[in-house]
Ligand binder design. Structure first.
Ligand SMILES: *Cc1c(COP(=O)(O)O)cnc(C)c1O
Length: 374
């Protein structure tokens, strides 16, 4: 096509997201548009909500594909549930917990941080102690910390928060679709995810869910939600039964999401979670002889994102040079470290469609070639 740039060779996306998209999802997104108030589209949006409820483990009516990336979902949860001056306790085990602090602070909340050493999970008792001391209106933390590869146990912290009368917000961006998520069993009031990680859709949607206690809190606010776009009362009027226009729903993105959620259900959650677990195990075992070792202790490792420290030879030649060779010569993208871990680790994502042993073997073979070429 005239004016189109030369197309880039296909990539195997093994970073912290986006992951590769299934051809059925791409095909769904290429379907002709419907209007955002067309009954046929509204039926599809309802279908997306039903499927998201099953995946989130919730009966929350307001479970929707927000037109936003994961950070937008974070902003939506915190902007609705916090008012200036409110106290919040935020667990910080990496960059995304840090981002929650930043967002809550900009809203005007008084934020108390509880930190974990990079590569470890938050300590349940440190969180419980802060909750008892601060008596916050809201407690927020990350289920799967993509910046370090750490899995955060949820139940105890959520129970401590609820016992202290706080609302609980959980970041499920990287966990949803790759690990069990049970919002209602855990007692989570609001949660958000992103389409481009273990759901293997293009970026641009943030599945999000708001429970009855969260919605009651929004009704009791002393001033309107500062963000008009993310005001859940307005969103509920479109995604609920009233069907009142708020913003134009991202039609094609929702086509893609529904197809991705169909793929998830066709596979079955236990099979899907096991596939992620097995792929990660094969990756860790295959990297060991090459000198890469896991940053995170076995019990806390995420299956969909493995963080590894680098062999001396790789650090010596500059880790970004090797990542660039993987990209240029093999079409494989892996992630570098973020924040304090930049230059010290790699983050290898095996998310959604990419959590397969054949994919792991392709990466290992490419690394082998590059490392023996010196
Ligand atoms: C990727 C990610 C985000 C941010 O999502 P974007 O889609 O990049 O805005 C937030 N939290 C976690 C845990 C993530 O992995």
């Amino acid at each position: 096509m005239a004016g189109m740039t030369t197309s880039t060779a296909p990539r195997l996306l093994l970073g912290p997201g986006p992951s590769n998209v299934h051809p059925r999802v791409l095909a769904a997104m290429a379907r002709p548009l419907l209007g955002h108030l067309d009954p046929a589209f509204l039926a599809l949006a309802d279908d997306a909500q039903d499927r998201l409820r099953r995946l989130f483990g919730t009966v929350n009516a307001l479970t929707i594909p927000l037109a936003a990336t994961g950070s937008g979902g974070m902003e939506a949860c915190l902007a609705n549930l916090l008012e200036p001056g409110d106290a919040a306790v935020v667990g910080v085990a990496g960059v995304f917990g840090e981002r929650m602090c930043e967002v809550a602070t900009r809203i005007g909340a008084r934020v108390t941080r509880v930190e974990a050493e990079p590569g470890t999970a938050l300590d349940d008792s440190a969180m419980a102690e802060a909750i008892a001391r601060v008596r916050p209106r809201l407690v927020a933390f990350v289920h799967a910390e993509t910046s370090t590869g750490v899995l955060q146990p949820v139940a105890q912290i959520a129970a401590a928060a609820r016992a202290g009368g706080a609302l609980v917000v959980l970041d499920c961006v990287t966990s949803l679709g790759g690990l069990p998520v049970s919002l209602d069993t855990w007692g989570i009031d609001a949660a958000y995810s992103a389409a481009q990680k273990c759901l293997s859709c293009p970026p641009g949607l943030s599945p999000a869910s708001f429970g009855p206690r969260a919605l009651a809190r929004v009704r009791e606010r002393s001033r309107p939600v500062q963000s008009w776009y993310f005001d859940v009362s307005l969103l509920a009027a479109y995604y609920g039964t009233e069907r009142i226009y708020h913003h134009t729903a991202p039609i094609s993105a929702i086509y893609g999401l529904v197809e991705a959620l169909r793929l998830v259900e066709e596979e079955g959650l236990p099979t899907r979670f096991e596939r992620h677990r097995r792929a990660a195990e094969r990756l860790v075992a295959g990297l060991a002889p090459l000198g890469f070792s896991p940053l995170v202790a076995p019990g806390s490792r995420l299956p969909m994102l493995t963080s590894v420290t680098l062999p001396e030879a790789v650090r010596a030649q500059g880790e970004s040079a090797l990542r660039r060779r993987l990209l240029d010569r093999h079409g494989i993208e892996v992630g570098g470290g973020l924040g304090t871990l930049a230059g010290r680790i790699w983050r290898i994502g095996l998310m959604g469609e990419n959590a397969r042993e054949a994919v792991v073997d392709r990466l290992l073979a490419a690394l082998h070639t590059e490392l023996s070429a010196g």
